[in-house]
Design a protein around this ligand. Sequence first.
Ligand SMILES: Cc1cc2nc3c(=O)[nH]c(=O)nc-3n(C[C@H](O)[C@H](O)[C@H](O)COP(=O)(O)OP(=O)(O)OC[C@H]3O[C@@H](n4cnc5c(N)ncnc54)[C@H](O)[C@@H]3O)c2cc1C
Length: 405
Amino acid sequence: MRTQRNIIETVTTNGLCTGCGLCASIAPPGQVAMRMNRSGFVRPVVSQPLSVETSRTISQVCPGLTLAHSADVQNYHPLWGPVESVQTGHAVDTAIRKQASSGGAISALACYLLDSGKVDFIAQIAVDGKDPLANTLQISRSHEDVIRAAGSRYAPSAPLQSLHELLSTGEKFAFVGKPCDVAALRQYARINPAVDTAVKYMLSFMCAGVPSSHGTREVIRKLGAEPKRLVSFRYRGDGWPGMARAVQDDGQSFEMDYNTSWGTILNKHLQFRCKICPDGTGEFADITCADAWYGQDGYPDFAERDGRSLVLARTKAGSELLKTAAHNRAILVEPLETAQIEKMQPYQADRKRVVLGRVIATRLARGIAPRYRRLRLLKASLGTSPVHWLRNCWGTLRRAVVEAQ
Ligand SMILES: Cc1cc2nc3c(=O)[nH]c(=O)nc-3n(C[C@H](O)[C@H](O)[C@H](O)COP(=O)(O)OP(=O)(O)OC[C@H]3O[C@@H](n4cnc5c(N)ncnc54)[C@H](O)[C@@H]3O)c2cc1C
């Protein structure tokens, strides 16, 4: 068997790994495992040399190396990617709406997919049953399962690490993941037809980046709770945006608001790859959901109220699913002008406008950077001031020199 230089090591040592886990699933069993590293991120660990074929497949689909839309991508907006429809809305089921991160659109769609028989299960991330701080892949077959997985978990997850096991069940399913997870799956579908046969829908959410598990520990420390005594921990939900809440085995409960947990702690622990990501908005999904924040002075205001989701259908399949889910009263939606998205998600708009400068800086500093194709980054760059763009380029240059993965 021919082997070649370890492609996985190239990705991880240059800080390009997103931690999706697809490489671990592509490699023959026992060769690559996903493990938490000392920086608090989930990374592939290679125990046997990879064959040339395995390396080639990984290099074609790894989202840390490549993000490329297919040549026939439709209705492409330079900031928001492929857009079939833009809506705001929420789950009709009030229990889902309350437990979810935003308006519960993802969970409502997942429940509808199960109820309607369009899929046999949902592959999604949920809290690990044995460790309230760990994320794990959950196979959801009921509303109860889906509600258990609802809510954002601002910590590393590798939902694709057992993809081949899911594909071998012979069942059809929907996949929920971060934008990079979904991009990896979409890119893999181009070279492995088994993906499209089994995965009927890909759902994602807007993502500002994955914080290290050290971020979670800092939140818990600042809450004053003892990590070893926790029986449950959630980042948000139970309201919108909802509180980070830790509960100890002695019944003591600790809370922190979203502005403090995300805005002052978690967002300081993002992995390097997320800072040069051009796809914070889930462009490769059938449907992307996000927080449809209400604005104040041009910026989102995070006051507690009933949850509201921003819902973008990106493909014909996604658009059809939304229509039937709304028709069957799983989700309540109303149209939104595309121009209004930026008021709800100003950070994502800015990010797309400056990312080209950040990628160029990464290549200059590290001699390697991801390849991005058909994401209209040049066009997006023209929407911001050259000074702002260059500042981002310079900031990344400095960070790429000093920062580890
Ligand atoms: C790391 C991270 C960063 C985010 N950044 C933004 C942002 O910048 N702007 C924004 O509007 N929204 C962001 N979100 C998403 C947002 O918090 C909501 O999840 C989104 O609006 C969907 O809300 P919902 O009520 O429809 O989802 P829910 O009905 O609550 O469902 C959430 C779904 O997300 C899945 N999920 C949760 N955590 C993870 C994870 N770590 N990895 C993979 N899947 C997961 C769950 O399995 C569930 O299916 C982020 C989420 C995460 C996890």
